[in-house]
Each structure stands twice: as structure tokens, then as C-alpha cells.
Design a protein around this ligand. Structure first.
Ligand SMILES: NC(=O)c1ccc[n+]([C@@H]2O[C@H](COP(=O)([O-])OP(=O)(O)OC[C@H]3O[C@@H](n4cnc5c(N)ncnc54)[C@H](OP(=O)(O)O)[C@@H]3O)[C@@H](O)[C@H]2O)c1
Length: 301
């Protein structure tokens, strides 16, 4: 497969788009940002920006000459995913990185999230059908698990309130999950584009570490030099409250069930790859990180 050098990215100003764009530029790719005509996002100086409406025709024009496209738009952008894939294939783009960044093929998520999984599968199946018909077009999905350094900062509901130095430990706090840092997410995209043959037409599994809540708390206490105020929570209670809220149309059900899904004791749901060897981390050059290192990043913000 030919080398990939010119890379377009959708969603470059987003939570994951920023570190991915930075990693692509640092790795020496020629990056072009594609953004919505109506977007108010801002972008780093020195990177070409194409502002366009997201019709297949306009997107095909925008993508012409690119070797690869990375789609990392937020949930409101998912309805455009299929048009982006169609446009990439029509424009002669060799690799499309899907808007996944999820938990991968083995994830046993709660049924309440089936709609999100179905939306992702629709894009993936569409890309797979195009790749089957046109061997010059290929796709990759990247599974990252929990985006840990960002999530610890952004969502105190995950159990760690950094400014207040307080924590809620759910169940026994020993449920292990896999996670990838923002640096690891950026490197995963770079790794896929540097290894196009090995990553063609499949989902890759990425992890920076496997960890549990008790280990994160211990690392936070060590890093901050004081004991945190710790309360106990129950994932059973979260499952009940999340399902009740969903029934009542209260949008906060999502966080209840995301956290229950992450920490539910003895279920092992939230594992992208049980060991580093079972993941694609080595292939893609995603570093193994320590819990102390991750907590340090979360504290630095
Ligand atoms: N594994 C996990 O736990 C986890 C957590 C969070 C997110 N994710 C996944 O990661 C991906 C990126 O999420 P994110 O949080 O980085 O996204 P985000 O920050 O919410 O949004 C990224 C970009 O999406 C574009 N966008 C927003 N609304 C749009 C619309 N209506 N149409 C088209 N584009 C739109 C915007 O770019 P422009 O303004 O430039 O157009 C925006 O900057 C998603 O697939 C998400 O599901 C996974």
C-alpha cells in the first residue's frame, strides 16, 4: 500500500481532534482541516482550513488530493459520517479513519447504549461495503476505551473531584478497565497511517493502561500529598437511577449508566484488550503509561 502523507481531519478542534491534529503535525504529515461552513471553531495557525457545507459533492471537492481522512466529530456530526465516507471514496482517499474512538468489537455495553453502537456500525458497514467494491479505498476504526486523562478532568462524576480532593469509590473500587490518554489517542491515529497495510479494513484496539478506581485514588493521594475525602457509591444504585432518569427523559441518565458500566464489579465490561499483547498498542507505537503518569496529566490539566 502506498505511503500516506496528506491527511484531512474533520473535528480538529474537538476534545480528541486537538491532540490528534497535534500528533499528525508533529509526526510530519501534511494536515488539512475540514470544518463546517457554520462552524465557530478556531484552529492552530499554519494549518490549511477548508470551510464547506457537508454535502457529498462539496466534501468530495474538499477531499480531492488527500491520502487519508480522519473523522473525529462529536455526536451531533454523526449524521454526516456516511456522506464523508462516500466523498472520501469518490475523491480517491486511500484510508478513512472512522468516527469510532469507542470500546471495540468485544465490548458488552449496557443495552441503553445500543443506539450509539448501531450508529457507529452503520458507518463502519458502509465503509466496509465500499472497501469491498473498491480496493483502493480502505478504512480503520480505533477503539480506545476510556479517554482517561481528559475524562478524569472533565467528569468528576467518574468518581474523582480534583479541585475538591474528594472521591466516590463505587462498589469495592477494584473493577479493572482499559484506558487511553489523549497522547495515546493521537499516537494511535499516527500509527494507523504509518502502518496502512497492517491496519486496513479492521478495527484496532488501543490502550495506555489497565487500571481500577482504588489504584487511581492511591495515585491521586500520593501526587497531592494528602488523603482525599472518600465516599462510597454503588453501581447498582446508578443502574437504577440511570434507567429511571432515562424513562423520565432526564438527560443525566447517560452519566449514571456510563459510570455504572465502567465500574460494575466483576463484570469486566470495560476492557478493550485484556493485555497489551492482545491490543495493537505495540504495532501503533502507543506507549504503556503508569497510573501515576496519568494522574499527573489529569492534575496538570
Ligand atoms: N471512548 C469514549 O469514552 C469517548 C468519549 C468521548 C467521545 N468519544 C467519541 O470520540 C469522537 C469525538 O468526540 P469529541 O468529544 O472529541 O467531539 P467534540 O469535541 O464534541 O466535537 C468535535 C467536533 O465535531 C464537529 N461538529 C460538532 N457538531 C457538528 C455537526 N452538527 N456536524 C458536523 N460536525 C460537527 C466540530 O468541528 P467543526 O466545528 O470544526 O466542524 C467539533 O469541534 C466521537 O465519535 C465520540 O463519540 C468517545
Amino acid at each position: 500500500m502506498a505511503t500516506i502523507q496528506r491527511v484531512a481531519i474533520f473535528g480538529a478542534s474537538g476534545h480528541f481532534g486537538v491532540p490528534i491534529t497535534d500528533a499528525l503535525v508533529t509526526a510530519g504529515f501534511d494536515v488539512t482541516i475540514i470544518t463546517r461552513a457554520e462552524s465557530s471553531s478556531t484552529f492552530p495557525d499554519g494549518i490549511p482550513v477548508i470551510r464547506t457545507s457537508y454535502t457529498i459533492g462539496k466534501l468530495t471537492e474538499a477531499l480531492r488530493g488527500q491520502d487519508a481522512a480522519v473523522c473525529v466529530v462529536g455526536i451531533p456530526g454523526i449524521p454526516h459520517h456516511k456522506a464523508m465516507i462516500d466523498a472520501a471514496e469518490a475523491a480517491g482517499v486511500k484510508r478513512f479513519i472512522l468516527n469510532e474512538f469507542d470500546w471495540g468489537p468485544d465490548f458488552q455495553g449496557l443495552p441503553e447504549f445500543n443506539d450509539i453502537s448501531a450508529g457507529r456500525a452503520e458507518g463502519r458497514n458502509h465503509a466496509a461495503a465500499l472497501a469491498e467494491a473498491n480496493h483502493n479505498f480502505t478504512y480503520t476504526g480505533i477503539a480506545i476505551g476510556n479517554p482517561i486523562d481528559w475524562a478524569l478532568r472533565a467528569f468528576p462524576f467518574m468518581g474523582f473531584n480534583i479541585p475538591e480532593r474528594s472521591a466516590v469509590i463505587f462498589d469495592a473500587g477494584t473493577e479493572q478497565f482499559t484506558a487511553t490518554t489523549l497522547q495515546g489517542i493521537g499516537q494511535a491515529v499516527v500509527g494507523v497511517l504509518r502502518k496502512p497495510a497492517e491496519t486496513a479494513n479492521r478495527r484496532v484496539k488501543v490502550r495506555s493502561l489497565k487500571v481500577c478506581q482504588n489504584e487511581i485514588l492511591e495515585a491521586f493521594e500520593k501526587a497531592t500529598g494528602n488523603a482525599w475525602d472518600v465516599k462510597r457509591g454503588s453501581t447498582k444504585d446508578l443502574l437504577v437511577s440511570g434507567r429511571r432518569k432515562k424513562g423520565e427523559g432526564d438527560g443525566s441518565w447517560v452519566m449514571d449508566l456510563v459510570v455504572a458500566q465502567l465500574y460494575e464489579e466483576g463484570v469486566g465490561r470495560s476492557i478493550v484488550a485484556a493485555s497489551r499483547e492482545e491490543s495493537d498498542a505495540d504495532l501503533l507505537g502507543v506507549e504503556e503509561e503508569t497510573v501515576d503518569g496519568v494522574v499527573g496529566k489529569a492534575l496538570k490539566g
